[in-house]
Design a binder for this molecule. Structure first.
Ligand SMILES: Nc1ncnc2c1ncn2[C@@H]1O[C@H](COP(=O)(O)OP(=O)(O)OP(=O)(O)O)[C@@H](O)[C@H]1O
Length: 372
């Protein structure tokens, strides 16, 4: 997956042993050994310390430490010459659009469209938490609120008062919230003004918002589409260089029927569907811990199976998700170590791993010796 030429400075016998150990370590999201995934780009021995360079094509920095620990233990056990491992980990994400005919957005490597067939299923909630989870895993992220008839992202990110300015008379600044950039039609228009727009006008304005915002070197731009599978969604998917789409649904039959339309819409325009998120999937009674399925069960899984796309995750119906949103601090930042944040981060890693790319962003150095 990495385009970097590997720099291996070990003698042949040690090199083959080390590569075998590294390839026996499966990346949980790419489902490949580290060597087969093209992630090993540097190997050198200094005394009994192995210097290891790893390149990730998707953000997962919360897993780095455990990965390095597991690799270190395996290498130390298998190779007498190695007593410790010093790992340097890069994140490289490359520019990619599913439709080669659409030029890339300046400063944006990949665009993830988040869609739902039906309104109110939690599409914006998912978009915001997905964007924040990608950022928490080490990526530079922006979010575009394209939900023209109900722009809720300014409120969800606690930046309702932001008003864009245009330093060059051509582009608009974005809001910064919890470490991500955000742009919304809600920063510019009142709800009443946007609600009366007809499809073509709305779609045109949204394409303008995508292209004329001052994005700052984004790895991912998450686009929160309006609900439905009509003209706006179609125009956006044909005019914006989308890399992949995520479909949000609840387990209810009516939502599922609409979600299926969403999957087929993207498949028709050759945009890969990265998977389905089932929101409000279950309810855990805070008193007795009983798990209930108020909207039915396994609907998202059925859609995923029918269309051959991954099931990305299931979020509970949980009052804290709504309360955190209403306060402008989504669960991923309000309770970063909580169970909800963990589900969103897993979802983010699955989405990003599904997109597969490269370009150096961050460098993290972790050194673990065998006496830890
Ligand atoms: N898993 C959840 N548990 C509890 N409340 C949730 C959950 N997901 C979303 N909500 C709440 O449900 C409401 C609708 O969510 P959201 O605005 O994300 O839906 P949407 O699909 O984007 O809606 P629209 O179609 O209007 O754009 C919000 O008040 C949100 O806080």
């Amino acid at each position: 997956m990495s385009s970097v030429t590997p720099d291996f400075r070990l003698d042949e016998a040690l090199l083959s042993k080390v590569l075998a150990v590294l390839n026996a370590h499966q990346d949980p999201y790419l489902k490949q050994g580290l060597v087969d995934a093209g992630m090993v780009n540097k190997l050198a021995l200094e005394g009994n310390r192995l210097q290891l360079g790893l390149v990730y094509p998707y953000p997962c920095q919360s897993l780095y430490r455990d990965t390095v620990m597991a690799i270190t233990n395996a290498l130390v056990a298998a190779c007498d010459q190695i007593a410790e491992v010093e790992a340097e980990i890069d994140l490289q994400i490359s520019t990619y659009s599913a439709l080669a005919s659409i030029p890339p957005i300046p400063n944006v490597k990949q665009v993830i469209a988040v869609a739902s067939g039906k309104g109110g299923v939690g599409k914006s909630t998912t978009s915001v938490n997905l964007a924040l989870a990608l950022a928490a895993e080490g990526a530079n992220v922006g979010i575009l609120d394209a939900d023209i008839y109900g722009p809720s992202i300014p409120m969800m990110l606690g930046v309702e008062d932001f008003r864009p300015v245009s330093p060059d008379g051509k582009h608009m600044t974005c809001a910064n919230a919890h470490g991500i950039s955000a742009q919304s039609i809600g920063f510019i228009l009142t709800d009443d003004q946007a609600a009366v727009w007809r499809g073509p006008m709305a779609a045109g304005t949204l394409v303008q918002l995508v292209n004329e915002s001052l994005w700052q070197d984004l790895d991912y731009l998450v686009v929160d589409l309006p609900p439905g599978t009509g003209d706006i969604q179609l125009t956006l998917s044909q005019k914006v260089p989308v890399s992949g789409a995520v479909i949000v649904t609840t387990p209810q039959d009516v939502a599922l029927a609409d979600a299926q339309k969403g999957v087929t819409m993207f498949q028709k325009v050759n945009i890969p569907v990265l998977g389905v998120v089932e929101n409000m999937s279950f309810y855990l009674c805070p008193e007795c811990g009983h798990k209930d399925h108020p909207f039915g069960s396994h609907g998202g899984q059925r859609i995923a199976e029918r269309y051959g796309v991954p099931m990305l995750g299931a979020l509970p119906l949980n009052i804290q998700i709504r309360e955190n949103m209403d306060k402008g601090t989504p669960s991923v930042v309000a309770e970063p170590d909580g169970e909800i944040a963990a589900i969103y981060r897993d979802l983010a890693r699955k989405v990003a791993a599904g997109l597969a790319q490269q370009q150096t962003q961050t460098k993290v150095s972790i050194a673990i010796s065998d006496d830890e």
